[in-house]
Ligand binder design. Structure first.
Ligand SMILES: Nc1ncnc2c1ncn2[C@@H]1O[C@H](COP(=O)(O)OP(=O)(O)OP(=O)(O)O)[C@@H](O)[C@H]1O
Length: 272
């Protein structure tokens, strides 16, 4: 890339904020002709750096498609997607966590994390420290030597989160990462993700069906209409973050009120 282009894209990134996402009039269509399906759009959405945005909506409303557009795995049919002021690059722009952990099953926990560190270009001499720090962040200290099949589904998803954090991308994208887990594990991992993202200040876009999960995690919630997904509700969440316990938060009347509000909005958007 010529140096003036590099400078221009750096300037754009600085102005947008590292990890900031901007969707301008984005539409995405799958297929062609009579078979074509407009899955998303038009959507205009700006996610400032450091925000925790949760996308909620009924099945098939286009949540995953939006996430894939932000990750650069899909190109919009119309409109533009910018992350940190530039077009997203698949595998480079964001750490991504999917519904299933997608780990290398024949490798150890350590092997899976090291692969991510190698891919992120981290100096090999720093791997032990980075690995320990990443595993510490997701509560997996002492599991380095265990094979993937020797740890639980919840622990595997924790490894996937640690791996997504390895690249130090300012943007984290999570697509229903806890959908397959039992309620208790799910709550614990929600707490982990809330803590880790609050601590690291990363911009996060999280997809879920659950109003409860959305209110617990988000600093902002966007509810999508049914397909094609457009913004039905854009709601800032002003619940306290940081120095409040998870149980206290989940048990508060404000939490219950917001959960009901979001749940009704999701149902109304799906029926509209
Ligand atoms: N690769 C694809 N090719 C064709 N159609 C697709 C493709 N991926 C998704 N779709 C369709 O686009 C629409 C939106 O799908 P998407 O997976 O984005 O929704 P979602 O809200 O994430 O659904 P869920 O909550 O069930 O995961 C659906 O009608 C789906 O069938």
């Amino acid at each position: 890339m010529p140096s003036h282009e590099l400078t221009a894209s750096r300037d754009e990134a600085d102005a947008a904020g590292a990890g900031a996402v901007r969707l301008d009039h984005v539409t995405h269509r799958y297929g062609r002709g009579g078979e074509a399906l407009t899955a998303v759009g038009p959507v205009d959405l700006t996610v400032p750096a450091g925000e925790f945005l949760v996308l909620v909506g009924a099945s098939g409303c286009g949540k995953s498609t939006l996430l894939r557009l932000i990750a650069g795995f899909e190109q919009p049919t119309h409109g533009s997607v910018r992350v940190s002021g530039t077009g997203p690059r698949p595998g480079r722009t964001a750490g991504v966590v999917f519904q299933t952990p997608r780990l290398f099953p024949w490798r150890t926990v350590r092997g899976n994390i090291d692969l991510a560190l190698r891919y992120a270009g981290v100096d090999r001499a720093l791997w032990p420290r980075c690995r320990a720090e990443l595993l510490g962040r997701v509560g997996l200290e002492g599991t380095e030597k265990r094979r993937v099949w020797e740890i639980s589904g919840g622990q595997q998803q924790r490894v996937a989160i640690a791996r997504a954090l390895a690249a130090e991308n300012p943007l984290l994208l999570l697509d229903e990462p806890f959908a397959a887990l039992d309620a208790l594990t799910r709550e614990r991992l929600q707490e982990d993700v809330r803590r880790v993202t609050d601590r690291t200040g990363r911009t996060t876009v999280f997809v879920t069906h659950s109003a409860d999960e959305a209110v617990f995690l988000g600093s902002r919630i966007v509810v999508l209409t049914r397909s094609p997904g457009t913004v039905a509700l854009d709601l800032p969440i002003t619940l306290p973050r940081g120095d409040i316990g998870a149980e206290e938060l989940r048990g508060s009347p404000e939490f219950a009120e917001l959960r009901t509000h979001v749940s009704h909005a999701v149902k109304a958007a799906a029926a509209a």
